[in-house]
Design a protein around this ligand. Structure first.
Ligand code: HEM
Length: 397
């Protein structure tokens, strides 16, 4: 059996210390070491792990659910994500079949107006930090879509806040906070069951385990959407030529290519796998990386450059996975897109933006996010035609 390449380790901890401190650099190192031979490299993360980023690997991992299992994946260590559909293996298809309908594109259209109305309370004015604004705007939109705005905004904020902190904060159990949130959700669910409704909770409450799925999917959807929104605003402030109604979709796609909030997906191997002459052992962690796949120079022209025009053509198959893929594709994909479009459309009404200062360096946590802040301001209307002037801290994409 051939040995897989692996990045440099530190004594004793294997790759754990580098994974905690500089995971993006570690990924780039592994990618470079394995680019010429299969795009698969090994890491020692307490458990043996393999990271792949070829389209072939992505397809296998995301479609062979019997071998690449979610139970025992990284989600186990984060109480917010440890449960529900995210960790379900047996019966996953049935659970998704029950959960999918209210999250479908057409069902969500019925909620668009409510999301739009909720957002109006967060119209930014003058100079603002796009990261802090996105955080507030997404909380409002989620509250509108899930609960018609009936959940205490204070509780929703307090519940989700630890997820945004670096590790180990999101991994710390918070039984009291979770109990408070569960009680509030159960109370609201009861009113939906007795008095009806048309929001997401109304649909979820009628299904066993649906209220817990609401709590878990909120956690899966908040940071991911917030970070995407903040980064898109930052890029649009630098590329005002894309800040127009028909430019938003391509700008969002391109932002998620460069900065997929779900930068790393994990599974556990349910059996030994022979992969091009390598035996991958049962029990090992198997990882896929939407981040590495979307920056592979053999698959993408100028992969590190923000170029929304590339979306006039289809992306390479199984290389663009900001929402994962296969049967476990993101449950909230259409909801996320709806929120992103609505928030950016609201900003458009205020006219073009320009960057003031900020730090867009990717900081991996539970999701990939910008270090921030990302301060932008209204630009003079004529700035649409001018080349944007890079501000201090503006990255070179
Ligand atoms: C821009 C925003 C979002 C991004 C980038 C994103 C990304 C992802 C990715 C990459 C996966 C697959 C993970 C894997 O393969 O291990 C996933 C799954 C999931 N997402 Fe999202 N997500 C976003 C928003 C949302 C929202 C708004 C919700 C709310 C419903 C949500 C709920 C979920 C759930 C429940 C799963 C697990 C699905 C399953 O295992 O069947 N996500 N998401």
């Amino acid at each position: 059996m051939r040995r897989l390449p692996q990045p440099a380790t530190l004594p004793v901890s294997g790759h754990l210390q580098r994974w905690a401190g500089e995971p993006v650099a570690l990924l780039h190192e592994g990618a470079a070491l394995s680019r010429a031979n299969g795009r698969l490299f090994a890491l020692r993360l307490g458990l043996p792990a393999v990271v792949g980023y070829s389209p072939e690997w992505n397809r296998r991992l995301l479609t062979d659910l019997a071998t690449f299992r979610s139970g025992g994946s990284f989600s186990v260590v984060v109480p917010y994500l440890s449960g529900g559909v995210i960790l379900t293996d047996a019966g996953h298809g049935d659970r998704r079949a029950a959960l999918n309908p209210p999250f479908g594109k057409r069902s969500l259209e019925a909620l668009r107006e409510r999301v739009r109305a909720a957002l109006r309370a967060e119209r930014p004015d003058g100079t603002f930090d796009a990261l802090a604004w996105a955080d507030r705007a997404v909380l409002r939109m989620l509250n509108a879509a899930y609960f018609s705005g009936d959940l205490s905004p204070h509780l929703l904020h307090a519940f989700l806040a630890p997820l945004r902190s670096p590790f180990p904060v999101p991994a710390v159990p918070r039984p009291l906070l979770f109990a408070r949130m569960n009680r509030a959700l159960d109370d609201l669910a009861r009113t939906r069951l007795t008095s009806g409704g048309d929001d997401l909770l109304f649909h979820l409450a009628r299904w066993p385990g649906g209220v817990r799925e609401a709590r878990i999917s909120l956690a899966a959807g908040h940071d991911t959407t917030t970070h995407t929104l903040a980064w898109t605003v930052w890029h649009l402030a630098q590329h005002p030529e894309w800040f127009r109604p028909d430019g938003l979709k391509s700008a969002i796609r391109e932002t998620m290519r460069l900065y997929p909030p779900g930068w790393m997906g994990s599974r556990r191997l349910a059996r030994d796998v022979n992969w091009h002459g390598h035996t991958l052992k049962k029990g090992a962690l198997a990882l896929y990386s939407p981040y590495l796949s979307a920056r592979d120079p053999d698959l993408w022209d100028a992969p590190d450059t923000f170029r929304p025009d590339r979306w006039s053509a289809a992306p390479p198959a199984w290389a663009y996975l900001p929402f994962g893929g296969g049967e476990r594709v993101c449950l909230g994909m259409h909801l996320a897109n709806l929120m992103l479009e609505e928030a950016l459309t609201l900003l458009l009404e205020n006219g073009p933006l320009r960057t003031v200062h900020g730090d867009p360096t990717p900081r991996p946590g539970v999701t990939l996010g910008p270090a921030g802040p990302l301060v932008v301001t209204r630009a003079a209307r004529s700035a649409r035609r001018d080349a944007p002037t890079p501000a201090a801290g503006v990255e070179a994409v």
